[in-house]
Design a protein around this ligand. Sequence first.
Ligand code: SF4
Length: 379
Amino acid sequence: MTEEIINFEDKRGDEYLPFGIYIHIPFCKKRCNYCDFTSVADDNSNFIENYLQVLSKEISASLSAVNSYFPKTIYIGGGTPSVLSEKQIVFLFENLYKHFSKQNCGGNIEITFEMNPESITLSKLKILKIYGVNRLSFGLQSFDDSILRYLGRIHTVNDFSKSYDLARNLGFDNINIDLIFGIPEQTLDDWKETLTKTLNLNPEHISVYGLTIENGTKFHSDGISVNDDLSADMYKFAIDFLKENGYHHYEISNFSKNGFECLHNINYWENRQYFGFGLGATSYIKGKRIKNTENIKEYLGEKFHLEFEQLDEDKKISEDLMLGLRLTKGFEISEVVRKKYSQNISNLKKLDLLIEQDNILKLSNKGIMYANHVFREFL
Ligand code: SF4
């Protein structure tokens, strides 16, 4: 295994430093039936505290090396960050803010915290406010309790509604709701109802994900499969319905009101630099992708970095294109891209999967439905 601390010795201007910081909190009360994320179904408080201690060392090792670094976004994701107790949330932010003052970030830093309804309390939300969290992302998934049970989620619709109201009453005015479609127990009418009830809450941002059955999940071992045609109908319905109701479809799975696009994630899709801290997290710095171990024992033993990949020019171009095409505004084609992929681009245009206008390449409406097919052309 290769070990290396992220090195910033050749300090350059601020624009060369990572735009955002991702922090992974890998704990969940229970593993959902479809989940293949890096998560540990254990919310034992000592275990979490050990993790937070090691995480703060990892953060210090990188951020102490950076002069005057002020991130534009911070994203605390998981797992389930809201399983952290009040004290643990305070510990996490106090350690992070040792390295930069949030006030020096220009006042408009986007700070997202992911939450699952069963572990949200008023006191946790108040602490998040104090530490400057200004964007919440709720894992709702469905407005139907029987579907939530089928997915192995441990919250109910009622838990969600209560926690959403708490957040709104405290003044959180940038909220995302995550939803899943293409679930075997779900009909098109169920999906329409979930979308309608979501819209009634007027969230600033909605993410919709088609269920996929991944190796190692309970659904995979149970032999569950997705009806691809029905799933495509649900996706198509969501795109039309959310657009008709004032949401901007800015990325394959993401919709927002104007001005509420997730800046942290846009940075990924524009293939710019970021720090990732915690179990299984990835950083992308100076053309190098650094992946942390996914083994919790290794991580707690402070063996953070598992893999390093220096992207060569070809790989970088291919990634720029595949990530950039996820954004509905499209991707500006450079001469290098045109030269390398002219045949593939021309084939995809003939199939009505890509459109080009003023040197900007985008997925067509049909291409959005078959995005994975398009991306395979650029691997
Ligand atoms: S809450 Fe999210 S991260 Fe945790 S097991 Fe469920 S899907 Fe996975």
